[in-house]
Design a protein around this ligand. Structure first.
Ligand code: MLT
Length: 397
């Protein structure tokens, strides 16, 4: 008799953003006349950058010619892209071996799949609120999860408690959903804690491009000793607008060793067995995103979205709404007005202003009472949304 993975019983019925999409589709069907503005899932709206488009076009031409056509590529990514990522990290003073970089179809897949390397009896430490993928993928494997409270008192940046024993630690900085960013000193404390516990730090750097202060670390590997205890995940989704194009990467240092085994070699083995690599055309596009011109263009994209978050922050301030984030992050994490719970505010905003956001409760218990808005919309729509929010909140006060 087939035995099912009973751990799936621990999961909520649906993934947060699927749940939101379903509710929005129902609203849209009931109110076809309303123009909905989407500030929920962190999906980009600007088109791919010219450098990426031109590289994608040339790669398509190569695929159309028998002499340059490519079939299966290396599962870990083509050398040209791994080299481009290696060179990008030099900007942060981080030296990597190309063999430490694994190209994939995005950080979400890798964050979930990395659990393959760790035994189910590891204890996992996860901040709350948090990007739901860390929790759900560990629940699927039946791991014990300890939550650390991220809240207004600690600026949504929980610090290690030496009394707490753990094996795996998830950190995301700049944080999704709160927009909070760890300083160098804070990350150094996390590294000391991980080393003292023989734990592995799983560091999600998907939003690093939004950091606008040179004293804040973009990569965990900017910190000494991180290569002995950390794995980093990153993505071109938010930096280079690849949400629909799919490309990310994971960095596993060769110096990281667990019980005499090398996670770098294990991941190499895992990817070779279960993954056939990212399409050549996409990898050429990604390579262009890491070129000097590509980085300049991606910084322009980030600046465009940051103008949105500045308008959002200014509106919320004017309305007397307290919020976090929005400076080194595309996300604003606002307190729900009038002590509404976050799903009530979700419905209130959708019904009265036709705006979609993400209820904080979807990110964990400590997210209750908060609401996440993204700055990834177009500027005109963001302005329009903030006008709607301002008149709604004025009306409510
Ligand atoms: C989010 O809205 O939290 C992200 O866009 C989801 C993701 O990156 O998978």
């Amino acid at each position: 008799m087939a035995k099912i993975n009973q751990h799936y019983r621990q999961l909520k019925d649906s993934y947060l953003f699927s749940d939101i999409a379903r509710r929005v589709a129902a609203f849209s069907q009931a109110h076809p006349e309303k123009e909905i503005i989407r500030m929920g899932i962190g999906d980009v709206t600007l088109p791919l950058m010219p450098s990426v488009i031109s590289s994608l076009h040339s790669a398509v031409e190569e695929m159309a010619d028998a002499s340059t056509f490519r079939g299966y590529g290396p599962e870990q990514g083509y050398g040209f892209l791994r080299d481009a990522i290696r060179a990008y990290y030099v900007r942060f003073g981080v030296q990597l071996d190309p063999d430490e970089i694994f190209v994939s179809d995005g950080a979400k897949s890798d964050l979930g799949n990395i659990t393959d390397l760790f035994s189910a009896d590891n204890t996992v430490l996860i901040p709350d609120p948090v990007y739901p993928v860390y929790v759900d993928t560990n629940l699927m494997n039946g791991r014990k999860i300890l939550y650390m409270n991220a809240n207004a008192e600690n600026g949504f940046l929980p610090m290690p408690d030496p009394e707490v024993r753990t094996d795996l630690i998830y950190l995301c900085s700049p944080n999704n959903p709160t927009g909070a960013v760890y300083t160098r000193e804070q990350l150094a404390a996390w590294i000391d804690y991980a080393l003292a516990q023989d734990a592995v730090l799983l560091f999600d750097a998907a939003y690093e491009a939004f950091i606008g202060d040179s004293s804040l670390p973009h990569s965990i590997f900017e910190l000494p000793d991180a290569k002995r205890c950390a794995i980093e995940f990153c993505s071109l989704s938010k930096t280079a607008g690849f949400t629909g194009t799919r490309c990310g990467y994971t960095i596993i240092p060769k110096t990281l060793k667990i019980e005499g085994m090398s996670p770098n070699r294990m991941w190499n083995r895992r990817q070779a067995t279960k993954f056939n690599g990212v399409p050549y055309i996409i990898q050429r596009g990604a390579e262009a995103a890491f070129s000097e011109e590509g980085v300049r263009q991606s910084q322009e994209m980030v600046a465009y979205y940051k103008k949105n978050t500045a308008v959002m922050a200014e509106t919320l301030e004017r309305c007397g709404v307290h919020f976090f984030g929005g400076v080194h992050s595309p996300y604003l994490w606002m307190e729900c007005p009038d002590r509404m719970d976050s799903w009530t505010f979700f419905d209130y905003l959708l019904e009265n202003a036709a705006i979609v956001g993400t209820p904080g409760a979807g990110f964990g218990i400590n997210g209750e009472g908060y609401f996440r808005l993204t700055g990834f919309g177009s500027q005109p729509k963001t302005m329009e949304a903030m006008q709607r929010i301002a008149s709604l909140l004025k009306g409510a006060n």
